[in-house]
Design a protein around this ligand. Structure first.
Ligand code: SAH
Length: 246
């Protein structure tokens, strides 16, 4: 028997997830790996919602639980991130093309940033799923939220177990990656881990991040208000648009 498609939607923060839970039909709450997941239907599509938790290991566990225990056959991530690319402003949206771990360094045994034993540095997003998500994000961006019209960017997302809130720190991350030919648009703390687990299982993955800060000294100030007022609205609209056209 061919299993039906189940789309997992991972959110980084409860504020982003609340709107999705509210729209869910035939809800069934499931506990797994010390986490809570919401199974149900969103616009007729089988989905399972979860919080990634913060950081790479937590997000990897969540992803594994979704695939092994909850039958996820494709995975969508919605979250927030710090903008580090030129012209990537607070309120903009970044759809990942690929995912790199900016804090991975097993040199000189392996080249800096390369994931040991995988022979690769960047895990690409699934092409079809990413194209679809990019389309949904672009459609949503055409309608301003709280007077803001976001630009939609498509490019590399860098993950690490660090909340980047200093200009020197963010410049170092960008310079290090750029020296090896990688130009990140945004930094966050989960995407590359989720992408790696999805690659291990052969599960299509795509992610969209609303830029909540510029990864500088004001990052924590912008963050909370932005998540509730803007990012959660985008996440909800982009997911709705994603399923409307799936
Ligand atoms: N203050 C928050 C903690 C957020 S940690 C709280 O109260 O829970 C930051 C989260 O947003 C992570 O999930 C990460 O993926 C993302 N993020 C947003 N801006 C970031 C930045 N500048 N650096 C790293 N991660 C960032």
């Amino acid at each position: 028997m061919i299993a039906a498609r189940t789309t997992a939607i991972l959110s980084a923060l409860p504020e982003e997830q609340a709107g999705l839970i509210a729209q869910l039909e035939q809800v069934d709450v499931v506990q797994r790996a010390g986490r809570q997941f919401w199974r149900g239907r969103l616009q007729g599509h089988a989905v399972v919602l979860g919080l990634s938790r913060i950081g790479k290991v937590a997000a990897a566990t969540t992803t594994t639980a979704l695939i092994e225990g909850l039958g996820a056959t494709q995975l969508l991530f919605t979250g927030v991130a710090g903008g580090v690319g030129p012209g990537v402003r607070v309120g903009d949206v970044v759809v990942g093309s690929g995912y790199v771990q900016h804090d991975m360094d097993a040199s000189p045994l392996f080249p800096r940033y390369e994931i040991p034993l995988y022979g690769r540095t960047v895990f690409p997003g699934d092409e079809a799923l990413t194209a679809h998500l990019l389309q949904a994000a672009t459609a949503v961006a055409a309608h301003p939220v709280a007077g803001w019209s976001p630009a939609v960017h498509h490019g590399l997302i860098a993950s690490g177990d660090q909340f980047v809130n200093g200009l020197v720190h963010s410049e170092n991350i960008v310079a290090g990656l750029q020296a090896l030919g990688h130009m990140p648009l945004a930094v966050e703390m989960e995407g590359a881990a989720v992408a790696q687990v999805c690659a291990d299982y052969g599960i299509p993955f795509a992610a969209v991040r609303t830029i909540s800060d510029r990864a500088d000294a004001t990052a924590h100030v912008d963050f909370t208000q932005f998540v509730t007022e803007v990012a959660s609205v985008y996440a909800q609209r982009i997911v709705a648009q994603f399923f409307k056209t799936l």
